[in-house]
Design a protein around this ligand. Structure first.
Ligand SMILES: O=C(O)CCC(=O)C(=O)O
Ligand SMILES: [Fe+2]
Length: 294
């Protein structure tokens, strides 16, 4: 009898499984748990990929164990994933785009209620190809596939820029967690170092992608189990859309991250239309609060 490979990381019952050959890659099989919690890919044969980090030391990436770590914690942090030269190009484009004093594009009610002090830019819509190169990285694709299984789809790439004094982002879930099979995956790429000296660290509550809706309360409260991630230039962070996460206030001149959002097969493209905050649910397409939580 088959057993769920995810038993240690999935809190849901796992009594029925089906195995299906994974499209286009006959060596792999996808295991689906009854609750289709994860659509996880268990690679029966996987090939480690060798790449050089900044120090020149070879680092072997085991996509299978990275995916398992992701599913256990709801996030994954990989330093030195992208090289400095590419990151410097991206950073230059970002600074050229935003200059020193960019304007906010969100409406005022959203800014006030969500405490989301970031300015988005969609570089691929402007044809800036440095940002395509990151997305087309074969290792990033293989890791994404190990996490989401076949048929996953890119949503869009978005640069998020915060200037000095920004409050960062309140605790949130990128999409409603009620349907556990319906979620986005954030693939965040950092083209600059982010640490306590400039602020803007990314806070996460490990494992919270399996808990459900974030509790109601203050957007910047200290939550039990929270940890701070301090990505460096070239770091890749993957975040499950149901994970409780926030961004701390920015004291340095600016903070930027590049987000390549994607989702599993058969997920509606508007999966991130409603974001869950501790004080409300906000719908971006209608610019409206769809639920007050406080
Ligand atoms: O910029 C970050 O580190 C996190 C951004 C975030 O929460 C998001 O894009 O949904
Ligand atoms: Fe988020």
């Amino acid at each position: 009898m088959l057993s769920c490979k995810l038993e240690q990381v999935c809190s849901l019952p796992h009594s029925q499984f089906k195995t299906t050959p994974f499209k286009n890659t006959p060596q792999t099989m996808a295991y689906h748990c009854r609750a289709s919690h994860t659509r996880m890919l268990e690679r029966l044969e996987y090939r480690p990929t060798q790449y050089n980090d900044k120090s020149g030391a070879g680092v072997v990436m085991n996509f299978q164990s990275m995916a398992a770590e992701f599913w256990q914690k709801g996030y994954l942090c990989c330093d030195n994933f992208f090289d400095d030269e590419l990151m410097d190009r991206c950073q230059k484009h970002i600074l050229d785009e935003f200059g020193d004093d960019p304007d906010f594009v969100h409406n005022e009610e959203f800014l006030e209620r969500s405490n989301t002090d970031v300015i988005p830019w969609f570089p691929q819509r402007d044809g800036v190809d440095a940002f395509d190169i990151v997305e087309q990285d074969s290792r990033l694709q293989a890791l994404t596939e190990a996490i989401l299984g076949g048929g996953w789809a890119s949503l869009y790439s978005m640069v998020m820029f915060s200037k000095q004094g920004s409050k960062g982002q309140s605790w949130h879930q990128d999409c409603p967690p009620e349907d556990i099979s319906r979620f986005n995956l954030n693939r965040l790429v950092y083209s600059m170092d982010i640490d306590a000296s400039i602020g803007g660290e990314t806070l996460v509550v490990p494992g919270s992608h399996r808990i459900g809706t974030i509790s109601a309360g203050d957007g910047d409260e200290v939550l039990a189990g929270e940890i701070a991630l301090s990505p460096k230039k070239g770091t890749l962070i993957m975040i499950h859309g149901h994970l409780w996460h926030r961004v701390k206030p920015v004291h340095g001149r600016y903070r930027a991250s590049i987000n390549y959002r994607c989702c599993p097969a058969n997920t509606p493209t508007d999966v991130t239309d409603i974001c869950v905050y501790r004080n409300m649910r906000y719908q971006f397409s209608t610019h409206s609060i769809v639920e007050e939580r406080l």
